[in-house]
Design a binder for this molecule. Structure first.
Ligand code: PGA
Length: 260
């Protein structure tokens, strides 16, 4: 069975002190959130990575992720953070290509491709995000957009590298809007992504890669989304900032796993 993943993307929220409170609240439920096939990822802002890694170090099923990285190992790049620095905090994942990075910071596929390579070289697992805008979906170009976002980034990796990637499908129109993709819409795109991976690499590689859904996942819709065959978990924004909601979302996945 593919590893299931629930990841919380805190975005630019929480101070160190607030982050400690949130993590301690989540850890109170740690016992019931544990399952051999489930990995929980917390992605706080850079200044919180060391603290988050230290607080969760006794919980092997919890990993820490950065939300971004630079594509150079070091040097005169004021304000940037390298994958090696992220790794040195104890974090082992990094979100790359989130639509907010693409939109507000003009990150394109060629830059993201560089970031993915350098992240992998430094032993970080990239959580690579792709997703179409509402107008692209309305124009029915969403499949072409996603295909292009895959082809120009992770499809230049070799087999040993691609197997280390986590993909997150996050339709831009669903992020922070309260309007989630329906389980049918999400499943359809996840299937499409898995098929593209199989066509480019091999069937068994495609079968192993976790594909997460992101965009207005809430306790109310998590179960139906995570029940879909090709949806291996979620990348959760707003709802990951509230421990009750985040724990309830993780519980939906645990419930599904226990029925298998
Ligand atoms: P949301 O964000 O859950 O608040 O829609 C998801 C994301 O941007 O990763």
């Amino acid at each position: 069975m593919r590893t299931k993943i629930i990841a919380g993307n805190w975005k630019m929220n929480k101070t160190v002190q607030e982050g400690i409170v949130l993590i301690e609240e989540i850890l109170k439920s740690a016992g019931k959130l544990q399952h051999e096939n489930l990995q929980i990822i917390l992605a706080p802002p850079f200044p919180l990575l060391g603290m988050a890694s230290a607080l969760t170090s006794d919980y092997r099923f919890i990993s820490i992720s950065a939300q971004n990285c630079y594509y150079k190992n070091n040097g005169a790049f004021t304000g940037e953070v390298s994958p090696a620095m992220i790794k040195s905090t104890g974090a082992n994942h990094v979100i790359i290509g989130h639509s907010e990075r693409r939109m507000y910071f003009h990150e394109d596929n060629s830059l993201l491709s560089e970031k993915i390579k350098v992240a992998l070289q430094n032993g970080l697992t990239p959580v690579y995000c792709c997703g179409e805008t509402l107008s692209e979906r309305n124009e029915a170009s969403h499949y072409d957009i996603i295909k292009n976002q895959l082809e120009e980034t992770i499809f230049s990796l070799d087999e040993e590298e691609i197997i280390k990637i986590v993909i997150a499908y996050e339709p831009v129109w669903a992020i922070g809007t309260g309007v989630n993709a329906t389980p049918e819409q999400a499943q359809e795109m996840h299937r499409f992504i898995r098929t593209q991976v199989a066509l480019k690499f091999k069937d068994d590689i495609a079968e192993k890669i976790p594909i997460l859904y992101g965009g207005s996942v809430k306790p109310e819709n998590a179960y139906s989304l995570f029940s879909c065959t090709d949806i291996d978990g979620g990348l959760i924004g707003g709802a990951s900032l509230n421990s009750n909601d985040f724990v309830a979302i993780i519980n939906s996945m645990v419930e599904i796993l226990r029925k298998k």
